[in-house]
Design a binder for this molecule. Structure first.
Ligand code: UTP
Length: 291
């Protein structure tokens, strides 16, 4: 892969209010709520590392300092664990910290995903970057970070990770229209945020992962508040489409949202069902509940 078309940096916005996860997400950011043995954000950063990312910028807020702390060292805890021969409990995070440098920048007010991403301009410094929503994780191979980085090395344009969703769910997502130009590859011509079912141009939903190019920042500056009074990334991408091609790639991995209680619980159960030892403990209880 040529250095020019290599994606090294990821931007992970985690500054939203997480209202759908209240009251759980009042003092504990939803991105720190656990899925099995680790917080959601750790899965996201692990996916980035597997995709060749070595620099992660978290877009955080005053209320979400605990997210940065999760990736920082806690020497007192480490020496306690070492004394007890329990270092393995923090091994996954220690390993990750060696692979990826974590940086943070604040979004003072949650004015939308587009506004959050605009805070990354200085840090990404003209490079293409992977944008990952911090409340969504994926299972299966290749992970979206790897799949999109590989696609970028060929296409060299902004790329949106897509998922085909049932028609009744299109209103929950941004949806793209465009031409299929290869297997799972779309040349996008328009994006619509949360369309009504009869207005949806396709069933291809934007799936929480993007490769964005530096042109997005000018477009974000020109974007005014849209749906819900927020600066929408989708609106900025529509502006960018007037000057630059944007592709969509249907992701091979399976998406798991943790932004609302039902999906969070589903994600836990689904991932538990893939861990034989854990499932052996949970399955009998579920069988009993189901009568
Ligand atoms: P969401 O819209 O799913 O998150 O944004 P939210 O706004 O926190 O959730 P609800 O709708 O109130 O329940 C997706 C990701 O973008 C971040 C969120 O933290 C989440 O990880 N985000 C959203 C920001 O960083 N800043 C924003 O202004 C909005």
């Amino acid at each position: 892969m040529s250095e020019m078309n290599r994606v090294r940096k990821a931007v992970i916005p985690v500054a939203g209010f997480g209202t759908r996860m209240l009251p759980a997400a009042k003092a504990v950011p939803k991105e720190l709520l656990p899925v099995l043995d680790r917080p959601t954000i750790q899965y996201v950063v692990e996916e980035a590392a597997r995709g060749g990312i070595n620099d992660v910028l978290l877009i955080t807020s005053r209320e979400k300092r605990a997210i940065e702390d999760h990736f920082d060292r806690n020497r007192e805890l480490e020496s306690r664990l070492k004394g007890n021969g329990q270092e393995s409990l923090l091994a996954s995070i220690a390993e990750l910290s060696e692979q990826v440098q974590i940086h943070c920048v604040r979004q003072n007010e949650p004015r939308g995903l587009g506004d959050a991403i605009a805070r990354a301009e200085h840090h990404v410094n003209g490079e293409p970057f992977l944008c990952m929503l911090g409340d969504t994780l994926f299972s299966g191979h290749p992970g979206p970070a790897r799949q999109l980085a590989d696609a970028y090395s060929h296409l060299g344009t902004a790329i949106i990770g897509l998922e085909e969703v049932p028609l009744e769910n299109v209103g929950r997502y941004g949806v793209v229209s465009g031409e299929m130009i290869g297997e799972g590859l779309v040349r996008i011509d328009h994006l619509v945020e949360k369309p009504a079912r009869d207005k949806a141009p396709s069933r291809l939903a934007i799936a929480a992962r993007y490769i964005l190019t530096t042109g997005i920042f000018d477009c974000l500056r020109k974007t005014t508040a849209g749906k819900n009074g927020e600066i929408q990334l989708t609106d900025a991408l529509n502006l960018q489409l007037e000057h630059e091609p944007i592709h969509g790639v249907v992701l091979k991995a399976q998406r798991h949202d943790i932004g609302n209680p039902v999906d969070w619980l589903k994600t836990n159960l689904l991932l538990a069902s893939r861990e034989p030892a854990l499932w052996a403990a949970i399955e009998p209880m579920l069988r009993e509940l189901l009568g």
